[in-house]
Design a protein around this ligand. Structure first.
Ligand SMILES: [Mg+2]
Length: 334
């Protein structure tokens, strides 16, 4: 496990110099990371999908995530049960990304003033759904009421699987980049119904496949540069190799399907860097019903993160999907 704690990215260092504030979320986080130097208990600190902390000789994996009505779901469209299930699933997805096994979680809800009991009960049912599906028991929580949209936060604890955790830091030039499923069009409903890839991560880890791994929450074009930066490498995505989810055809918005696969968020598939697969490993993955779609390769850092498309290689533009701004329909809950 090579990464240990904060490593502000370029924009973070820029801000620390006292000039312009950082330009994006990654920059903001990079700028504050130096306030939290990892102590001796920290095995994996800021900048990965989850943290790993040692307690009494055992490692535990920690993660929290928040979803908000109007940003990550639309309560009026999808209902409270689907929203709460999503809140738990997005958090567990980050544990899966570390090849950790979810164990327990606490949930926190900011309830809109005037909420009725049926909605509150549906939230509980959604958390129950997520907990059962992912084997991540709900063991406590907190509620507040505010003149605000519904906000759901899940903080989860996991333990490393039998083959240890996988971080974002192990990618090396020459490795392949693969994803565990087709991408794009999650706005049509999969952003609510996806299954965190806990099992797939365990299969991959047991076969020693992933050198670096993360889950795709913000879209490949936004998330891949994060993995590359954390590993200190470059990357090249092959547009023609991108596995496009059938949902993309239903969007029918004139945008190239591969562009949706590259930019749409909330697929929650795993992205991993790995050495080229042997025939035996391929057979073992197939036997375990785990599919890897190769989307590109790891390159030297100097090359940056690029996109190969139509015979040209161009810098990869970050086009991560925003559920509210990028598609006129917004989240449908469908
Ligand atoms: Mg993640």
């Amino acid at each position: 496990m090579s990464p240990r704690g904060p490593d502000p990215d370029a924009s973070g260092r820029e801000a620390a110099g006292g000039g312009e504030p950082p330009r994006d979320e990654d920059g903001w986080i990079g700028a504050i990371a130096r306030r939290f130097p990892p102590g001796p208990r920290v095995r994996v600190g800021l900048g990965h999908d989850a943290a790993v902390v040692a307690f009494d000789g055992r490692d535990v994996v920690l993660k929290t995530d928040t979803v908000i009505d109007g940003v990550d779901f639309r309560l009026a469209a999808c209902g409270a049960r689907a929203a709460a299930r999503k809140a738990l699933a997005v958090t567990v997805s980050d544990l899966a990304a570390m090849a950790a096994l979810p164990r327990a979680c606490v949930v926190s809800a900011v309830l809109p003033r005037g909420i009725d009991f049926a909605t509150f009960d549906a939230l509980a049912a959604g958390f129950e759904d997520g907990a059962r599906e992912t084997d991540c028991e709900v063991v406590g929580g907190d509620t507040s009421v505010a003149d605000a949209p519904l906000v759901l936060t899940v903080a989860a604890i996991g333990e490393p699987g039998p083959h240890g955790v996988v971080t974002r830091a192990g990618a090396r030039p020459g490795m392949d980049l693969s994803v565990t499923g087709p991408l794009g069009g999650s706005i049509l409903g999969r952003h609510l119904t996806f299954a965190p890839r806990v099992r797939e991560a365990q299969v991959l880890a047991a076969l020693g496949v992933p050198a670096a791994m993360m889950d795709l929450s913000d879209g490949l074009s936004t998330d891949l540069p994060r993995l590359a930066a954390r590993s200190g490498v470059g990357a090249e995505v092959d547009a023609e190799a991108l596995p496009v989810h059938p949902d993309v055809a239903r969007l029918a918005d004139g945008v190239a399907p591969w562009r949706h696969a590259l930019d749409d968020g909330e697929d929650f598939e795993l992205l991993l860097a790995h050495a080229p697969l042997s025939a035996a490993t391929r057979a073992a993955l197939a036997a375990a019903d785990v599919t890897l779609h190769r989307v590109g390769r790891v390159t030297a850092a100097a090359g940056g993160v690029t996109l190969r498309e139509g015979g040209r290689t161009v810098p990869l533009r970050r086009g991560g999907f925003d559920h509210l701004r990028s598609h006129p329909a917004g989240p449908t809950g469908g």
